[in-house]
Design a protein around this ligand. Sequence first.
Ligand SMILES: Nc1ncnc2c1ncn2[C@@H]1O[C@H](COP(=O)(O)OP(=O)(O)OP(=O)(O)O)[C@@H](O)[C@H]1O
Ligand SMILES: [Mg+2]
Length: 259
Amino acid sequence: MKILACYSNKGGVGKTATAVNLAYQSALNGYRTLLCDLDPQGASGFYLRIKPPKPKAAREGESFADFAWIAGAIRASDYANLDLLPASAEYRNVDIFLSRLKNRRSRLKKLLRAAGEDYQVAILDCPPNVSLLSENVFKAADRVVVPVIPTTLSVRTLEQLYRFFRDQGYQRRKLLPFFSMVQHGKNLHRDTMVALQKEYKRLLKSYVPFSAEVEKMGIHRAPVAVFAGRDQVAAAYRELWREVEGRVKLDNDKGEDGH
Ligand SMILES: Nc1ncnc2c1ncn2[C@@H]1O[C@H](COP(=O)(O)OP(=O)(O)OP(=O)(O)O)[C@@H](O)[C@H]1O
Ligand SMILES: [Mg+2]
């Protein structure tokens, strides 16, 4: 299984929109896909019309460590090949819980590998912070897809993320930044894109434009390709998926599994 995280330490940059639309594309391309909603807000599940599970009477964070609980919490979506691990209110306490464990930075990787054996791709929709959970994400992920709005503040956040990876010894090649919510009419966006493309060699070529169709995901409660397949933003997510798929070398896995 390949694990792709949609992560940024900045809020509201398009992580959830990216996770949902990439997961849909992954499933559409024949990969058995598990979208993991790691944000207690539960936006991914909302977009896929899946209710969060009822909170379990468990000790603080206990269920998170339990393979059976994770496997049992997984829900099918309306789409072929696409399942969801819904958000849990218990993720709020997950840092406290993880901090008590011995292998506290590699816990998520073990859990996902064990609980998600049936999947070829896991896509993680992450909350916007630097925490023990996000460090687990950095360890677990084969690639970290980072939406970057081409503005000064977002670029600063990206620099901080690269620095954090370097200082903490995480593999920087895992990071796949791409431009999100691009508005070509804005000089700042155009200039920032040109500057960053020179600086970051691993920056993805595909980008996602600013589009009202993405906002309408909240009304349709579906990936954009489902209700606006001909729109340029649906094409952008298809292209983004193709590029990410190429970077993570999923084709090998597909062959092995006979798909
Ligand atoms: N390409 C886009 N064009 C226009 N609006 C967008 C685009 N991508 C996301 N949005 C909108 O911006 C808001 C934030 O997007 P999203 O929830 O995907 O970001 P996020 O990084 O997951 O946020 P959070 O940090 O709160 O989890 C949402 O209202 C969403 O509909
Ligand atoms: Mg989000």
